[in-house]
Design a protein around this ligand. Structure first.
Ligand code: NI
Length: 161
């Protein structure tokens, strides 16, 4: 496993759309393991493949004490959103920048897991927020373009996503 370099704000790759994974093979598993390691290294709650320079539809999420360990989402699609929540948010590609944003309160996402098996996950609260944030990345969208105007602030806290 290896720590990958995180692409930062201004890198054009963050605005590009990703391609679906066709087969969950060894290379994909290695990429996912590296993404999880990289997310943990920088205390992120989530990380999407474009953030490590790979235009594939893959994201990882870890809610730490609020979850059950790392979650791998390969080819994720949100099939249902319910309600809204206004939340504080950050992103590993935007170090120390936080803002308020409106996210769905609940989502249902379909994806493949690390074994290539189809899964359907129902998420709410922080988990729903993280899924929404990461799926945006996979569609070439970054949180900073969707924040509530005037709420952006800088912080040295490492409470990042
Ligand atoms: Ni992000």
């Amino acid at each position: 496993m290896a720590i990958r370099t995180i692409r930062l704000a201004g890198d054009e790759i963050l605005k590009k759309k990703t391609k679906e994974v066709e087969v969950v093979d060894e290379k994909i598993v290695e990429l996912v393991q590296d993404m999880i390691e990289t997310m943990h290294k920088y205390n992120g709650v989530g990380l999407a493949a474009p953030q490590v320079g790979i235009l594939k539809r893959i994201a990882v999420i870890d809610l730490y004490e609020e979850g059950d360990g790392p979650v791998t989402l390969i080819n994720p699609y949100i099939i249902k959103e319910e309600g809204k929540q206004t939340v504080d948010e950050g992103c590993l590609s935007f170090p120390n920048q936080f803002a308020k944003i409106v996210r769905p309160k609940k989502v249902i996402v379909e994806a493949l897991d690390i074994n290539g098996k189809k899964v359907k996950i129902e998420a709410e609260g922080l988990f729903a927020q993280a899924i929404s944030h990461e799926v945006d990345h996979l569609n070439g969208e970054v949180f900073i373009d969707k924040i509530i105007p005037g709420t952006l602030y800088n912080s040295e806290e490492d409470n990042k996503k």
